[in-house]
Design a protein around this ligand. Structure first.
Ligand SMILES: [Zn+2]
Length: 165
């Protein structure tokens, strides 16, 4: 039997409600209300799967992202505000303003498309080394590739690295 966390009472009422989920969706779920102290609780089942569904729905919407949706996608992707700013090469204040409903700053469409794509691939971009792109311009050397044993290898110094794609 479930107990009230506040007063330990077992006198709980249950009702089906549309519950807000991270400010970006409504989820049909059960609301538990304590008849002794009035405290309310809800629990979402399969939260990971639910988060993924919501992230994909948001990433597919035709309207521009709202501040709370940007915040949701950032957290879904596992970034702190500072790490997100570092990764996208913007100031931390820029991320705060993208997510602010008081004084929102419109995200560049190219950036918005990038984070929508990230929500679908769910592969951390560190896996591609994209977190290492320098913000300053500098001339990159041309990569030398060699085919061997049915795979392309990047020739670096004396050695070869299999090109992972
Ligand atoms: Zn209670």
């Amino acid at each position: 039997m479930k107990k009230c966390v506040e007063c330990r009472s077992t006198d709980l009422a249950h009702s089906k409600e549309q519950l807000p989920f991270n400010e970006v969706a409504l989820v049909e779920g059960t609301l538990h209300r304590c008849n002794s102290c009035g405290a309310t609780y809800h629990d979402f089942s399969r939260v990971e799967e639910l988060s993924r569904e919501v992230a994909h729905i948001i990433a597919r919407q035709e309207e521009r992202l709202l501040p709370e949706q940007i915040r949701f996608l950032r957290k879904y992707l596992g970034y702190s505000g500072k790490d997100f700013a570092d990764f996208l090469a913007v100031a931390p204040e820029t991320v705060s303003r993208w997510e602010s409903r008081q004084s929102p700053m419109v995200m560049q469409l190219s950036t918005e498309k990038l984070i929508r794509l990230m929500a679908f691939t769910e592969t951390p971009l560190t896996a591609y080394g994209l977190d290492k792109i320098r913000s300053q311009t500098g001339e990159a050397s041309k990569p030398l590739l060699r085919e061997r044993a049915g795979h392309w290898h990047l020739v670096v110094g004396g050695g070869e690295h299999k090109v992972a794609l």
